[in-house]
Design a binder for this molecule. Structure first.
Ligand code: BGC
Length: 349
């Protein structure tokens, strides 16, 4: 079968190649790939900056934002042939650490977790893949191709859940949320913020085009200024750019007792000019919390599937701005700034 693979940490090594059929040890459920979303992590891996092959192998099958159709449900999965499923990305570490032991692998303490298509286990960018029944999430069939948005929705579901959990440390009546970045993560974070009843504001550098349209279609406000110029002190900032200057602006502009949740994974960039002690005293004097959030556990997958099923389908459909065939995977990976989510489509629905 065909699969899109890389040699991790080697830039430009991505290729569409023939690989053997998925090994049974990956799980008893056999799935035919329909589509796989491409995200910043995939681009980083293709650029040789991230990613790990399975032990004893040279190459890794990419892809962690999956959507597939069950071809063989196996003996005891509770699934049926034809069901639409999405694969959970992370697997608990083998020790396991206390968090992995209780199913919170997204909070793994020892870093020995594995991730499909990212860290030591093959991903979903292959014509067929296998999965353990307990890691296959069945989606509302009426979502169709939009099910490919489930994985990024799980990431923001966790970010919101944790933000609200840390807010409960004291009396807190949050009203306003600022989302920095209007890529897929930022827009899905905005969708969930609206569903949660927040007054949502989204900030991105584009002044016109699809991003402001999608934000306004949610009933949220769009800003193309800097964080410091949005004109209010947000109760919550969900940072989805990973850009240093946006992060430091978010920390200094969040309101008293406000929370900054960092979800963007950035690298380098200019060193912020605000001295660390000033950032610290601003956080102390306003009782702020700044925390990071990555990945998602099964509870978030379940909640994200519910949130997607509740969302306006035509709005979700506008997030998918590009579809490429596996042979054209390079085009999907070099997606231009005008794109939101580009998917690689392996089969029709
Ligand atoms: C994925 C997460 C993963 C993280 C770090 C993200 O792109 O969506 O599932 O945990 O990368 O590898």
């Amino acid at each position: 079968m065909k699969a899109i693979t890389i040699e991790p940490k080697k830039a430009g090594s991505a290729q569409l190649e023939n690989v053997s059929d998925p090994d049974f040890h990956y799980g008893s459920v056999l799935v035919e790939a329909i589509a796989v979303g491409v995200c910043g992590t995939d681009v980083e891996m293709v650029e040789g900056k991230y990613g790990w092959a399975p032990p004893g192998e040279m190459r890794l099958v990419l892809g962690h934002e999956s959507l597939g159709r069950v071809r063989d449900p196996g003996p005891s999965s509770g699934l049926k042939k034809g069901d639409l499923v999405v694969g959970i990305v992370r697997r608990p570490d083998p020790v396991p650490c206390p968090n992995c032991a209780v199913g919170e692998w997204d909070m793994c303490r020892n870093g020995q977790y594995t991730e499909r298509g990212i860290k030591e286990i093959h991903g979903f960018m292959s014509e067929r893949w296998r999965i353990e029944p307990e890691y296959a999430i069945k989606i509302d069939p009426t979502l169709g191709i939009l099910g490919v948005l489930l994985e990024p929705t799980t990431v923001v579901t966790k970010a919101w859940e944790h933000t609200l959990a840390v807010g409960r440390r004291a009396f807190w009546e949050p009203r306003t949320a600022l989302i920095t970045g209007a890529g897929p993560i930022g827009l899905l974070a905005a969708l969930l913020g609206v569903q949660l009843g927040f007054e949502v504001h989204v900030l991105d550098r584009y002044q016109s085009g699809l991003k402001p349209e999608l934000v306004r279609a949610l009933g949220a406000a769009y800003h193309s200024t800097s964080v410091a110029d949005v004109g209010f002190a947000p109760d919550v900032v969900l940072e989805c750019t990973g850009a240093g200057e946006v992060i430091s602006d978010a920390i200094s502009s969040v309101g008293a007792s406000g929370i900054v949740c960092l979800t963007g994974v950035g690298h380098g960039g200019p060193v912020p000019t605000m001295p660390m002690a000033d950032i610290g005293s601003s956080a102390v004097l306003k009782n702020n919390i700044v925390f990071g959030s990555v990945n998602a556990n099964k509870r978030h997958w379940y909640k994200a599937a519910e949130a997607l099923a509740r969302a306006d389908r035509s709005w979700l459909a506008r997030l998918i701005t590009g579809r490429e065939r596996p042979e054209d995977f390079a085009k999907a990976l070099s997606r231009g700034a005008q794109h939101i989510k580009v998917i690689i489509q392996f089969a029709d629905l």
